[in-house]
Design a protein around this ligand. Structure first.
Ligand code: ADP
Length: 608
């Protein structure tokens, strides 16, 4: 039910369209009912025309006055009295039935026409909300597992919502209207018979509902089993080398076979139950009709209250109610199916944004003095990653971070642009806690070159000017020249307008790096954060990239994560991190003299 409320909340943004859909539905149903109502005079006319007048005289009173079919019958009676009246009347009835059915369908289509944009907009709005959310969530939120999970919310969950729950929107707005209008007409036709029906219907509803519930339980189990089989297959595909090398095919097959057989048993059960639903509901439906036939037939035979034409119309309209009732109960089943997806989507949308600006943030226009870490610590969830970091980086200086993988280097530099917030301690820029600055102005002070070049499927020029909408062509070219990229860009087929493919896969590793360096040059930030990555490049590219990096670092304050220790020998301070703590610090010379961890690292790389 909560998921239903969520969908209504989204749909409520389009009240006019929903109202139009609703109105069209009502009109379409009215035409439908009236066209079915024509059956009664038609039948009477064919079999015993004088009964038309009887029909009128019998159903006097309130219902007769509001019943257009009764009005029509009186009118027909007048026509019948004219010469050749019966043929004329028949022609009128046929023309009217056709006209009403055409009108009914026109309004039916108009209803769907108005609802379509709502259906699509609900899914679109959800997608937009999720996308906006991922842009504001802190960097720390996205580990690998989360990324896959988020993707599946955008794809599987959203399409589930589209296929099951949004269809429901249509059903919920349409079927009750149909049922109410048809039911109202049944009451008009014969209040006694309808009262009898109301007593009987809940019993058959209950029986059909029972089958549905047990079906749902089993199909959930079938879904779970299928999920397990899929993960076994995935595991097998991923580990096929190991499975073969260790002759584990038999064991793996045994696992698969067991799950597959279990699924077979459950599926047989589900299918049998599902197949049972149709005959049972037919029997129940016919039983209801038979009861109506019996009770209604008695009313007709006793020649009281109900004429045969109305009685037959009654049965037809009653059979028209069964379908929307079935659709509604199927919808109730679908809500449950889509509810999990809606919940997952809403959960992402409601995710707390932990990196927030204060109410009146300070704007930092120029970095003047220093970046200072004071007793800073940080944890991912409960895992302490940085502990008691104290570090002051004066303007214009270069600080290098070294340490083994997982030591906390990336986490430490991520604190400066507030990708994460410190858990304890303070991080100050120019003496002010960075939490007091506006996020945009803070990040404007920084340029970031990551280890894995992050490029977008766009032109080279647009990749360089990312986030700098006002950059001129000259500025872009100039930045590319400083980054040693101008030459290779000119050699591409469309120069700066060359589209570089997904993640820049049309460029070589060194070229990608130089484009990202050009991006940082163009932004011209006073503070530079550099996750150095020259290790994967060949010597020639490495030289070009290193040169570009040196140009970039000129006259800036830099924090460098160093992988090649040879590149940071001239850093003003080298910080050695281990398990989130600073274990050594100093210049290259002093650290070498210390003969500690740094010395060992340098030795190891030189041996290589
Ligand atoms: P380094 O850059 O020195 O290799 P990191 O700062 O990337 O180290 O990682 C430090 C520790 O924090 C590692 O143990 C890593 O597994 C963990 N870690 C990194 N990112 C996340 C994250 N988003 N969620 C949870 N733990 C993380």
């Amino acid at each position: 039910m909560k998921s239903l409320r969520t969908i209504f909340r989204y749909a409520a943004k389009y009240p006019k369209l929903i109202l139009a859909y609703f109105s069209c539905n009502i009109i379409s149903n009215l035409f439908s009912v009236v066209s079915l109502g024509m059956l009664s005079p038609f039948l009477l006319l064919i079999f015993k025309k004088q009964d038309i007048s009887q029909g009128v005289s019998r159903n006097t009173g309130f219902f007769s006055r509001i019943n257009p079919v009764d009005q029509f019958k009186s009118w027909l009676y007048e026509i019948l009295k004219t010469p050749n009246g019966d043929i004329k009347a028949l022609g009128f009835i046929c023309i009217l039935i056709l006209s009403f059915i055409i009108l009914k369908n026109i309004f039916l289509y108009m209803g769907i026409y108005f609802l379509t944009p709502v259906r699509n907009a609900v899914v679109n709005d959800m997608r937009t909300k999720m996308y906006k959310k991922i842009l504001v969530l802190p960097v720390g939120y996205f580990n690998d597992q989360k990324k896959g999970d988020i993707m599946s919310r955008f794809t599987n969950d959203l399409s589930d919502v589209e296929s099951s729950v949004i269809n429901l929107l249509e059903t919920l707005f349409r079927e009750p209207v149909t049922i109410i209008i048809f039911f109202a007409y049944l009451i008009i036709l014969s209040p006694q018979l309808t009262f009898f029906l109301i007593l009987f219907l809940p019993i058959s509803g209950l029986i059909i509902g029972r089958i549905g519930r047990s079906l749902k339980k089993h199909s959930t189990r079938a879904q779970e089993k299928l999920g397990a089989i899929l993960s076994t297959i995935e595991e097998t595909l991923g580990g096929i080398r190991v499975i073969k090398a260790f002759n584990a095919e038999k064991k793996q097959y045994g696992k698969f076979e067991k799950q597959n057989n279990e699924l077979l048993i459950i599926k047989n059960r589900v299918n049998r139950k599902r197949d049972l639903a149709s005959p049972v509901s037919e029997v129940m439906g016919v039983a209801a009709v038979v009861c109506v036939l019996w009770y209604g037939g008695r009313l007709v035979l006793r020649n009281s209250f109900l004429n045969p034409g109305d009685f037959l119309t009654y049965i037809v309209i009653f059979s028209y109610i069964i379908q929307p009732l079935k659709t509604l109960s199927a919808a109730a089943y679908n809500i449950r199916k889509g509810a999990a997806s809606i919940e997952r989507i809403e959960h992402l949308i409601a995710e707390d944004v932990s990196i927030k600006e204060i109410a009146n943030p300070v704007i930092i226009n120029n970095f003047e003095d220093s970046i200072e870490f004071k007793n800073v610590s940080f944890s991912y969830e409960n895992k302490v990653t940085l502990e008691d970091i104290n570090l002051k980086i004066e303007k214009g200086r270069t600080v290098a971070l070294v340490g083994s993988s997982g030591a906390g280097k990336s986490t430490l530099v991520d604190l400066v642009p507030r990708f994460h917030d410190t858990v304890n301690g303070e991080l100050k820029i120019d003496g002010i806690n960075i939490r007091d600055y506006s996020l945009v102005s803070l990040r404007n002070q920084m340029g970031i070159v990551t280890q894995e070049p992050i490029l977008f499927n766009d032109t080279i020029a647009n990749n360089i000017s990312l986030g700098m909408d006002n950059a001129t062509e000259d500025q872009i070219i100039n930045a590319a020249k400083i980054a040693n990229a101008h030459q290779f860009i000119l050699q591409k087929e469309n120069g700066y307008d060359t589209i570089i493919g997904e993640r820049g896969n049309k460029l070589s590793g060194g070229e990608k790096q130089r484009v990202t360096i050009a991006r940082a040059v163009l932004k011209n930030p006073p503070i530079l954060i550099l996750d150095e990555a020259t290790s994967s490049l060949d010597t020639e590219s490495e030289k070009l990239v290193q040169e570009a990096i040196n140009n970039l670092m000129n006259n800036r304050t830099s924090i460098v994560i160093a992988h090649r220790l040879s590149t940071i020998r001239h850093a003003d301070e080298i910080i050695v991190l281990q398990k989130g703590k600073i274990v050594e610090r100093g210049t290259h010379m002093s650290l070498m003299a210390l003969d500690g961890f740094y010395h060992r690292l340098v030795m190891m790389q030189e041996v290589k």
